[in-house]
Design a protein around this ligand. Structure first.
Ligand SMILES: [Zn+2]
Length: 472
């Protein structure tokens, strides 16, 4: 891209983003928004400046959402022009925290009940949004629209519930949830607990730790609790000493309802978080696309960096990623987000990605590399080996189907389960039991592997021979 194209693209961005900003309206404290766009194409970075008159009266939920609307638009505009990894909003050239410095946070972990070598590995699972109290209107409110039959606030808890099960059962890690799935009523609002924001749930769980759920005690205005809610999630993760955080959201983009698929976000500058997020995205692509109904589901495996309240406050020694599972603004995506099968595929990938990152493994295609030709005697078991690559979730099934069967023999399709993690190759046994003495046979079988998440390898054919040990 030469400098002329760059100026042209920046001009196009500024015009389009200005339109979005005007439609979005001003936040308290903002006098006027005047957008300029600055593309750093070497750093693959876009800085959206809203102008010196656009500094809102507080930094929090409102400013994050406004910035997110501009970033979403930019991603759409840039996707066919240039690959950009990081997006920032500034106000007169300065970050919002220049005007509204963040209060210091206390991130002391819970008292050391465990020695380091015995400490469990904890994943903090956070379902986006929920009901919070607007002290100005006096109502319990949500801020995400009801679109295509769903509301983000009440769809994300299902993902959080199911990914927690997967993390415990398949990745064998502990889970701490920022929102609950219990269905009893939160009396002050009259809504079930599972619909409440993390802020309200954590207040109930940690009444003597307002530093988690009320870290902005002076916040006022309709968004005050929502701003505290965003911060409560990483502060809770720090409090329980979570090694990994997974923030689950759905995406909305009403300007272009054709936008679809999964994207992932990390806090810009935290390169190891980008690796962590990429691992989750890659594993989600593998598990989701394994189902023929979602084979073309788009997962953007390159995570995007930015400045996010939910990520920024996470202890820098720990990992955090935010996954936008799909677009609730798109009818097909919204249907998938409400579909039990899609959800089970997506959460399997999330749990797998966290496991792979923890185990220091790459996201590699699950495939059979070879099954050597073997031979052995009739009536005495002999081994064959299946060499595979990738990082399947155990238990895995070895599926076998005859391609050609020697005359005089019976050949059947069958499936064997390999239940505990083995490294490649998997050793299997053949036992030829001849119906009549002196009969040798050569057989061709097609075999493939299916892991616990439903991820399949392509089938591979191999030949084996059973040699008669007695004369007819
Ligand atoms: Zn969200």
């Amino acid at each position: 891209m030469d400098s002329f194209d760059r100026a042209e693209t920046e001009g196009l961005l500024a015009r389009e983003l200005q339109e979005v900003a005007d439609k979005y309206g001003l936040l308290p404290g903002q006098k006027r928004i005047q957008i300029t766009a600055n593309l750093g194409f070497k750093e693959r970075k876009l800085v959206i400046d809203l102008g010196r008159d656009a500094v809102p009266s507080t930094a929090g939920a409102g400013s994050e959402q406004q910035c997110q609307a501009l970033v979403s638009t930019s991603i759409g505009i840039l996707q066919d022009i240039i690959s950009v990894n990081e997006f920032f909003c500034t106000y007169g050239g300065k970050d919002i925290y220049y005007y509204h410095p963040e209060p210091p946070t206390r991130s002391a972990p819970t008292a050391g009940a465990h020695r380091q070598d015995q400490a469990p590995t904890i994943v903090m699972v956070s379902a986006g949004h929920g009901y919070f109290f607007n002290a100005v209107s006096g109502n319990w409110e949500t801020r995400r629209p009801l679109m295509n039959g769903m509301q983000e606030d009440f769809v994300t808890p299902y993902f959080a519930r199911d990914v927690s099960t997967q993390i415990i059962n398949k990745a064998h890690l502990s889970v701490a949830k920022a929102r609950t799935n219990v269905t009893t009523i939160h009396v002050p609002s009259g809504h079930p607990w599972w619909k409440m924001s993390a802020r309200t749930w954590l207040e109930n769980q940690y009444p003597s730790n307002p530093d988690i759920w009320n870290s902005l005690p002076n916040a006022t205005g309709p968004d005050a609790q929502e701003s505290n809610d965003i911060r409560a999630r990483p502060l809770f993760a720090n409090h329980v000493n979570a090694n990994y955080s997974l923030h689950i959201h759905t995406n909305g983009f009403i300007e272009d309802t054709s936008r679809r698929g999964t994207i992932g976000l990390y806090q810009a500058g935290r390169t190891e978080d980008a690796v962590y997020a990429a691992r989750i995205l890659c594993a989600m692509k593998e598990t989701i696309q394994a189902n023929p109904n979602y084979a073309t589901w788009n997962v953007d495996v390159a995570p995007r960096g930015g400045n996010y309240g939910e990520l920024r406050l996470t202890d820098t020694a720990k990992r955090a990623a935010l996954i936008e599972v799909g677009f609730h603004s798109n009818p097909q995506d919204a249907a998938a987000l409400q579909n039990d099968t899609f959800r089970s595929l997506a959460v399997a990938g999330m749990a797998k990605g966290i496991r792979l990152y923890k185990e220091g493994k790459q996201c590699a295609t699950f495939k059979i590399d070879s099954i050597p030709t073997v031979s052995g005697p009739v009536g005495k078991p002999f081994n064959y080996a299946i060499s595979y690559s990738g990082n399947p979730t155990y238990p895995i099934k070895v599926q076998s189907e005859p391609v050609s069967c020697a005359t005089g023999w019976n050949c059947n399709s069958f499936s064997r389960t390999v239940s505990s993690p083995e490294s490649s190759p998997i050793t299997q046994q053949i036992n030829c039991t001849a119906g009549q003495p002196g009969l040798s046979g050569t057989f061709r079988y097609k075999r493939w592997l299916v892991d616990a998440d439903g991820v399949k390898t392509a089938p591979v054919e191999h030949t084996y021979t059973c040699n008669a040990t007695t004369s007819p």
